[in-house]
Every structure is written in structure tokens, then in C-alpha cells.
Design a protein around this ligand. Structure first.
Ligand SMILES: Cc1cc2nc3c(=O)[nH]c(=O)nc-3n(C[C@H](O)[C@H](O)[C@H](O)COP(=O)(O)O)c2cc1C
Length: 214
């Protein structure tokens, strides 16, 4: 696990949850980044709120300040550690290259948001923040979940990958012998942390897997 840091907050990371299945990946990512001492800037799409209500027992308000309070309570964040921005909060720092953090993760990433990011639509703050990350050559990790993928999805993913965007599908491996859904969630969250260069011990790294027959 990651030890809770008591020192100054570490660099902010933007985490956006969109309306693909797998809201737990994004919520766990927020918790882990908070525990690691990072500032976390959060955006949750309207569809993501529906998915959260469908897939979990977690109740999250849509209004940004109330969302800050709810997420902070959940994760034990310090005051100011979590900031939330609304769908059309164009004055938010993530909307500009001069204010956006060095890394953004869309987790989970719907095929709708994937399409918008691939085409530079920027019709809401999540899409705009991803567009900013691409234009500023910053780290952008997308965690799409759909099955099967259509040629449209695949073409968007290829185009984005060629731009340097990390396409990290929500497809957990089983070689670490997961015992629970939490283990499967942590598999994906660990992969995201690897991309962000954040140390963790959520799951054993390859070569550290313990064979139960040993
Ligand atoms: C319960 C639920 C599950 C969904 N699962 C997926 C999914 O796995 N992948 C996906 O791309 N869209 C999924 N959708 C559809 C998206 O939420 C929908 O396309 C939405 O417009 C995406 O908007 P957003 O990208 O602004 O969040 C799901 C919707 C709901 C309500």
C-alpha cells in the first residue's frame, strides 16, 4: 500500500471519470493518489455519475464544492488536496496550458469521450483538458472500457496512441491470482500509477508473482 504523506502536497494530477463501466477504477485511483500525497483535480461527467449510482453504493453529489467534500471524506484528503471542476467551468486551470497539471488520466474513459478527445471536440471541460494535455505534450492516460471495440473505437485509439497518448484498457490480468474485485481494480490502478511514475505496491510486479505451488 501507499503510506499517507504528511509533508507538502505533491504535484497535482487531473483525474476525470466518464460514463464507461468501471467507475471503481477511477474512484480507487483518486483514493490512492490522495494517500500518496498528491493534489487531485477531479472531473466527473454526468454519465459517470449515472454509472457510479448503478455500479456502486457510493453517493456523490454533482455540485463541485459538495463533490470536493464527499470525495475528501471518502479518501481522507487534507483540506485543499482535492479540487473538483464542473462540466463547463472554462475558468478552471485545466482548461489552459498555463494552468493544467503535467498529467491527466481519464479513468474510465467512455468511447464517447475517446471520440471527442481523438477529434479535439472540447465540448466540455474533460474534453478540453485532454485537448490541452495533447497540445502541451503532457502525459495523458485514457482507460477505455468497451467490448467489443468497433473499428471507430480502434481508429481513435490508434490515432491517439500515435500522438503519445497512453491507451490503457481496463483489462486486468489474472497472473497475480486475484482473490477479489479489489485485486482486479488495483491491477488497473497500478498500471496507471506506473504510467505516472508513482511508486506503489498495489500488486506484485512481473517477476514478483508468488506461485501458489511453490
Ligand atoms: C450503466 C452504464 C454503463 C455504461 N457503460 C459504458 C461502457 O462500458 N463503455 C462506454 O463507452 N459507454 C458506456 N456507457 C455509455 C456512456 O455513458 C454514454 O455514451 C455517455 O454519453 C458517455 O458520456 P461521457 O463520455 O460524457 O461520460 C454506459 C452508460 C451507463 C448508464
Amino acid at each position: 500500500m501507499i503510506a499517507r504523506a504528511d509533508t507538502a502536497l505533491k504535484k497535482p494530477i487531473t483525474v476525470a471519470l466518464t460514463g464507461a463501466s468501471g467507475a471503481q477504477y477511477g474512484l480507487r485511483l483518486i483514493d490512492v493518489l490522495v494517500a500518496a500525497g498528491h493534489e487531485v483535480w477531479v472531473m466527473i461527467s454526468k454519465a459517470a455519475h449515472m454509472v457510479i449510482a448503478t455500479e456502486t453504493d457510493i453517493e456523490l453529489p454533482a455540485q463541485p464544492q459538495r463533490l470536493v467534500e464527499a470525495l475528501s471524506k471518502r479518501s481522507g484528503a487534507r483540506p485543499g488536496q482535492i479540487r473538483c471542476f464542473g462540466r463547463e467551468d472554462w475558468m478552471a486551470p485545466v482548461a489552459s496550458g498555463s494552468g493544467a497539471p503535467s498529467a491527466m488520466v481519464v479513468c474510465p474513459c467512455s468511447t464517447g469521450t475517446l471520440s471527442a478527445v481523438a477529434t479535439g471536440a472540447s465540448n466540455n471541460l474533460i474534453e478540453r483538458a485532454a485537448d490541452v494535455a495533447i497540445k502541451e505534450r503532457r502525459t495523458l492516460v485514457l482507460v477505455p472500457r468497451e467490448s467489443p471495440f468497433s473499428p471507430i473505437h480502434l481508429e481513435h485509439m490508434l490515432a491517439l496512441s500515435r500522438l503519445g497518448v497512453v491507451i490503457l484498457p481496463a483489462a486486468p490480468g489474472f497472473y497475480h491470482r486475484p482473490q477479489s474485485i479489489d485485486d482486479l481494480i488495483d491491477f488497473i490502478v497500478a498500471r496507471v500509477l506506473n504510467q505516472l511514475g508513482i511508486e506503489h505496491s498495489l500488486v506484485p510486479r512481473w517477476g514478483e508473482v508468488v506461485n501458489k505451488d511453490d
